[in-house]
Design a protein around this ligand. Structure first.
Ligand SMILES: Nc1ncnc2c1ncn2[C@@H]1O[C@H](COP(=O)(O)OP(=O)(O)OP(=O)(O)O)[C@@H](O)[C@H]1O
Ligand SMILES: [Mg+2]
Length: 399
């Protein structure tokens, strides 16, 4: 069989599949004009009077409502406006979940400016001075976006502290660094010290959730740019908007759209049907979850695996922390892993809760965790198990 030839003969329903990718920044950003306009006002001075001020902004808002994409879009606008006027501004977008330590963040920034910079051998303080020197030599203004900032702060490291003060005690009066921090929830910033907090809090932009009609517009636009014409009806986009609105995360809708199209293609259909959408939503593990799972430690993933296993074996919708612990110990023994301590596992649980992968109900606060009931919301357990197994296998842990 000429598999490729057969596949290539089949007409695709996509016009450009990559435009459904969750990291794609579309040419048009619907329903975020207010936020873009506010950002432009706040950063106008760094174009009209370069290096005279340093902006520090905090953006907050729920999962999947366009915080990242809006800031990236704004970054492009800023790049264009500064290029036109010959002003050297560099936009750097850092995801703190992926670059978890101050050191990694700083190295990443420096290597964007100077590709050949060695990866080791400096302290964060050294790196910061090197960065400032580089900016002065190249007469650059740097806009650093620290996305998912809570991941850095939880480690109580001092990068934010250093960055927010960098201009305070610099000898030159040049203000070369601006910062946009992005977090879902401002309460995640509890462990940051008061004065840093007050610096960041001076300019908060809160992103509101999209309404159902807004989600419809966004999904319709994304469908228009990535699918061929007349592949999906407005009624079906409405159906997807409905469940996306309930879920809250636009990625969820984009993912259903993609899955439903793939299913229609596999069935050799000329357009997407309601059945394709239903099947697409069933199979789904939200992208946001997948993204989290890919970047967490094996140990934490083994713990999540234990939650899923314990729930599946019990056939209940929620399960106690103690039962999970028992399952966890059995799994660790089979894998030859040293089990993590009770309090570490409790922390994992809290982190999963924050990432909306698990729900927990505390029944008694007296003994930490003894009376907590844990649920996996919305994700099909078999799918989740499959994905965790795949990731663990890829890390060399044969489950
Ligand atoms: N107004 C919009 N127009 C087009 N696409 C959008 C819009 N808002 C969000 N999206 C898309 O929805 C997805 C989720 O958006 P984004 O990643 O910006 O969310 P977020 O608020 O940063 O979420 P998280 O808190 O998980 O980081 C992205 O793929 C993005 O492209
Ligand atoms: Mg984001």
């Amino acid at each position: 069989m000429e598999y490729f030839e057969e596949l290539l003969k089949k007409p695709s329903l996509f016009q450009d599949e990559s435009k459904l990718d969750i990291n794609y920044v579309p040419n048009k950003l619907l329903h975020r004009d207010k936020e873009l306009s506010l950002l432009s006002q706040l950063f106008l001075t760094i174009i009209t009077n370069p290096n005279s001020i340093s902006r520090k902004i905090l953006i907050t808002g729920k999962i999947g409502i366009g915080k990242t994409v809006t800031v990236k879009y704004f970054g492009d606008l800023l790049k264009k406006a500064s290029k036109k006027r010959n002003i050297a501004i560099k936009y750097v977008h850092i995801n703190c979940r992926k670059e978890r330590t101050s050191y990694k963040v700083l190295i990443k920034i420096i290597r964007i400016i100077n590709k050949n910079f060695p990866k080791r051998g400096y302290s964060p303080q050294d790196l910061l001075e090197i960065l400032l020197d580089l900016l002065n030599i190249q007469n650059l203004h740097l806009l650093i976006v620290l996305d998912e900032l809570n991941y850095l702060i939880d480690k109580s490291e001092d990068l934010i502290y250093l960055l927010t003060r960098i201009n305070d005690d610099s000898i030159s009066s040049q203000q070369r660094i601006s910062i946009i921090g992005i977090v879902r929830d401002i309460t995640c910033l509890n462990n940051i010290d008061n004065s840093t907090m007050s610096t960041l809090q001076r300019n908060i932009i809160k992103f509101n959730n999209y309404s159902k009609p807004q989600i419809f517009d966004i999904l319709k636009y994304r469908a228009d740019i990535c699918l061929k014409k007349n592949i999906i009806s407005n009624e079906l986009i409405e159906m997807i908007s409905e469940s996306t609105y309930n879920n809250g995360d636009v990625r969820y809708g984009l993912n259903i759209l993609w899955k439903a199209t793939k299913i229609a293609e596999n069935k050799n259909l000329k357009c997407i049907t309601a059945e394709c959408v239903r099947l697409g939503s069933q199979e789904l593990v939200p992208f946001s979850t997948l993204d989290v799972l890919k970047y967490i430690s094996s140990q934490k993933l083994v713990f999540l695996y234990a939650v899923v296993k314990a729930l599946k074996i019990s056939d209940l919708t929620e399960i106690s922390f103690l039962k999970i612990l028992k399952r966890y110990h059995v799994i660790c023994e089979n894998l030859g892993l040293d089990p993590k301590s009770y309090s570490q596992l409790w922390n994992y649980l809290q982190e999963f809760k924050r990432e909306s992968i698990l729900h927990t109900k505390i029944l008694s606060e007296k003994i930490k965790g003894r009376k907590a009931l844990i649920q996996v919301p919305e994700i099909n357990l078999t799918n989740l198990e499959k994905i965790i197994t795949e990731i663990l296998n890829s890390k060399g842990l044969k489950i």
